[in-house]
Design a protein around this ligand. Structure first.
Ligand SMILES: [Zn+2]
Length: 369
């Protein structure tokens, strides 16, 4: 281990000999009695030396070995240290251009996962992950780009047809892509988010991809907000693949539920819960799914809401892959274009669904009504 005082933390003098690391009050740490020699020693904890070399360097400043070790132990115990070597090793797994882009993300991980080396372990998990985004509209394309930029090893955005004006959004597909194949445009967007030079062509992997670690269901018409794609959901439940519903329906952006098959409430539970509240819901839902005349002629999708939903969806995916349960598990988040509020609603597993008492139940888990 090569200890480094987390570079993401500001260093502020509260008074002459009291040094504060970090600005956010809840996480800030203080070191008192910092004289010139200790200040010099703290400057040396920059990830370029291992522990014994740091102690030796501290001795050259006139500090005792015991004192240097005690300072290092105290820094570690206060969650101020990370392992620079472990971070360098995991970043080596990415192409050089992508390493620099990931710098702020790694700094953030180092704060969220505070033990030395923990951020590197989490990033290792992201490198190994393969996320599939189904739908390349305003939400799906931007989710794909955000996940790729966050260090997910492989992100595939799947869709058919050609890019329409209503698919374009900042952070997603640009207006210059109108008329191009959605799948190609989305693939290039994701590729660019990883720092690939403009104009460099994406090369398809020579072998068939393994099953995804997680799937994001982001159909362009926002229907994930009320059904998810029913067929997709059944397939994913059977395969035991975690999946996240996301979309914008009328004025509401929706992120969730994130379904962990067999362990959390599923999309069918949400449909059954709505049926309990509104007995006409199955009839309404059938008309929505049929793409019949009941559907909105021009779906609403506020651009700022779409960007926020895409960011929130990507964050929830990252949290899940990083080993943290996001609030979209056993619930969902709604973002309203009417008031800008984000609300979290709870989703319980429905007794008629049975997705929890029998984790893999073909033909049952995805039943819509
Ligand atoms: Zn269920």
């Amino acid at each position: 281990m090569r200890p480094v005082i987390k570079p993401a933390l500001s260093r502020l003098w509260r008074e002459k000999q009291t040094l504060q690391f970090g600005t956010v009050r809840r996480h800030a740490r203080l070191i008192e009695g910092v004289d010139r020699r200790l200040s010099g020693f703290l400057e040396l904890v920059d990830g370029s030396r291992d522990g014994p070399a740091l102690v030796a360097a501290g001795q050259k400043l006139g500090l005792s070995a015991e004192y240097c070790q005690a300072v290092l132990d105290s820094l570690g115990g206060s969650e101020l240290l990370d392992d620079a070597q472990a971070l360098r090793d995991v970043l080596e797994l990415y192409p050089p251009a992508r390493r620099d882009l990931l710098g702020p993300d790694v700094s953030s991980l180092s704060l969220v996962h505070p033990a030395p080396g923990e951020a590197a372990t989490v990033l290792h998990g992201r490198v190994r992950a393969r996320v599939e985004v189904r739908g390349a509209g305003r939400i799906g394309a931007a989710v794909g780009a955000a996940l790729a930029a966050g260090g997910i090893g492989e992100v595939a955005v799947l869709d058919r047809g050609r890019v329409a004006a209503r698919d374009c959004a900042p952070g997603g597909l640009p207006p210059g892509d109108i008329g191009r194949l959605r799948s190609t445009a989305a693939r290039e967007l994701v590729h660019r988010a990883t720092g690939a030079p403009v104009g460099e062509r994406y090369r398809r992997p020579p072998t068939a991809p393994p099953p995804p670690t997680l799937v994001v269901l982001a159909p362009r018409d926002g229907s994930a907000a009320y059904t998810g794609a029913a067929v997709d959901a059944q397939e994913l439940m059977r395969a035991g693949i975690p999946h996240l519903y996301t979309g914008v329906l009328e004025h509401l952006g929706v992120v969730g539920p994130l379904v962990v098959p067999g362990a959390s409430a599923c999309g069918s539970c949400a449909t059954l819960a709505r049926r309990d509240e509104d007995e006409a819901w199955p009839r309404l839902l059938a008309q929505l799914i049929d793409e019949g005349p009941g559907r909105a002629r021009l779906p609403a999708c506020d651009g700022a809401v779409a960007a926020s939903v895409a960011g929130l969806a990507a964050l929830h995916v990252q949290l899940y892959l990083d080993g943290v349960l996001p609030p979209s598990v056993d619930g969902w988040c709604e973002l309203s274009a009417a008031d800008g509020m984000v609300r979290r609603l709870r989703l319980r597993s429905h007794p008629d669904c049975g997705c929890l008492w029998q984790s893999v139940t073909p033909g049952r888990a995805g039943t819509m009504a």
